[in-house]
Design a protein around this ligand. Structure first.
Ligand code: FMN
Length: 194
């Protein structure tokens, strides 16, 4: 791992007019100010993966499709992740589940935080539903998370996100955790690869 770990912020909503992109852009600006990471935004709408279409189990890494090979290379170079997900029907987005299912080793032994949002539930049910999926891929969820209630109240007329103090403090705390975990877990990843 380079001195500054790579943090990928994954935008999990893909529909036109989504709030997910401005939420992710807000979090990216906080992560850049934090300064501990090389920050990348990964937009699942741009990635445009089809529904899982690989014939082999991802743990074999025998990917036959170019879109999977590209996705594998992208996730491989990351040292940490933040999933920015809406709450849809009390869970996280189907696009995120699909993107997670495509790969296996590429996720392992890396820390992950969540920024979830929705209505009055603040995306908490999406966050809770996501946790066991992340753990099954050997991702290490942070203790803290960012939960945004009634997300549209934080949108400005320009379509950017204006956070409140609770959101800002939660984002800062999660980045501290992610940075420590990214460095702490690096030896484990090196062992797994050798
Ligand atoms: C299909 C669908 C299901 C939704 N289900 C929930 C829900 O279970 N809980 C909730 O708080 N909000 C729910 N919402 C509201 C969304 O959280 C809200 O519209 C949010 O802006 C969606 O994120 P996006 O704009 O990034 O797609 C739902 C929205 C959609 C489109």
């Amino acid at each position: 791992m380079s001195t500054r770990p790579v943090l990928q912020i994954i935008v999990a909503s893909t529909r036109p007019g989504r709030v997910g992109l401005p939420v992710a852009e807000w979090f990216r600006s906080v992560a850049e100010k934090h300064g501990g990471f090389t920050v990348e935004l990964v937009d699942l709408a741009e990635l445009n993966l089809p529904m899982m279409d690989e014939p082999n189990h991802p743990r074999l890494r025998q990917y036959v499709h170019e879109h999977t090979q590209r996705w594998s290379a992208t996730v491989d170079r990351a040292d940490a992740f933040v999933m920015v997900t809406p709450e849809y029907n009390h869970s996280f987005s189907a696009a995120l589940k699909n993107a997670l299912d495509y790969l296996s080793h590429e996720w392992a032994n890396k820390p992950v935080g969540t920024v979830s949002y929705g209505g009055i539930s603040a995306g908490t049910r999406a966050q809770v539903a996501l946790r066991p999926v992340l753990a099954s891929l050997k991702l290490f969820p942070t203790g803290g998370a960012v939960n945004i209630p009634v997300v549209r109240q934080f949108l400005t007329e320009e379509g950017t996100v204006e956070p409140n103090d609770v959101m800002s403090a939660a984002a800062d705390a999660m980045l501290v955790e992610l940075e420590v975990l990214a460095h702490t877990l690096a030896p484990l990843r090196a062992t797994a690869q050798s």
